[in-house]
Write a protein that binds this ligand. Sequence first.
Ligand code: CA
Length: 232
Amino acid sequence: MNKLTILVVEDDSSVKNLMTTTLKAHDYHYLTAQNGKAAILEASSHNPDVILLDLGLPDMDGVDVIKKIRTWTETPIIVISARSEDTDKIDALDAGADDYLTKPFSVEELLARLRVTQRRLSRMQGETEQESVFTNGQLKIDYAAGCVYMDGEELHLTPIEYKLLCLLSRNVGKVLTHTYITQKIWGSSWENDVASLRVFMATLRRKLEKGPDAPQYIQTHIGVGYRMVRVE
Ligand code: CA
């Protein structure tokens, strides 16, 4: 029932085969590319629904591939990187990637990321313009009124907590890096801003989450950033 077309960009044939076999078994269509130039060509000529992009390509920096693709399309990009390429992963998210997978990953992880992306896609396609009210589980944000409710009770947030929550909610399902968030909130991204971000995130979570040890709405990606997840 999926019938999405996924572009798999990977030069390692064993990883590529694992991915394409998985996609085929779960009823996705797929295209493949073995290097950055081929990826850009495939992306522009076949307009895939999702791009799975290995960051370590033989001909081009994966981050440059993202920048190039982002000049004409917002197609979701999930980057795949080795653990040693942590900074590349952050650069990739800052360049416009939506999510990441770290090698070695399991088939289940790959499918889970695709499901998250698919939900984001169907929402993006269903939205004609910015909704004025956002709901996610028991969370409700009335952007026009500037009010936030949890279980029907109004939450009292500081202006920065509110700004943070709006930023995360408008990008629900997407990992936002520390740099991206601090740029959006404070217009800069100094070390101090990242430290402040942690503090504001902690106070926001205390108001938002029922169990701060098992956050339901906002995930922490250690060393990378934060993501609001869809709560069923
Ligand atoms: Ca590679």
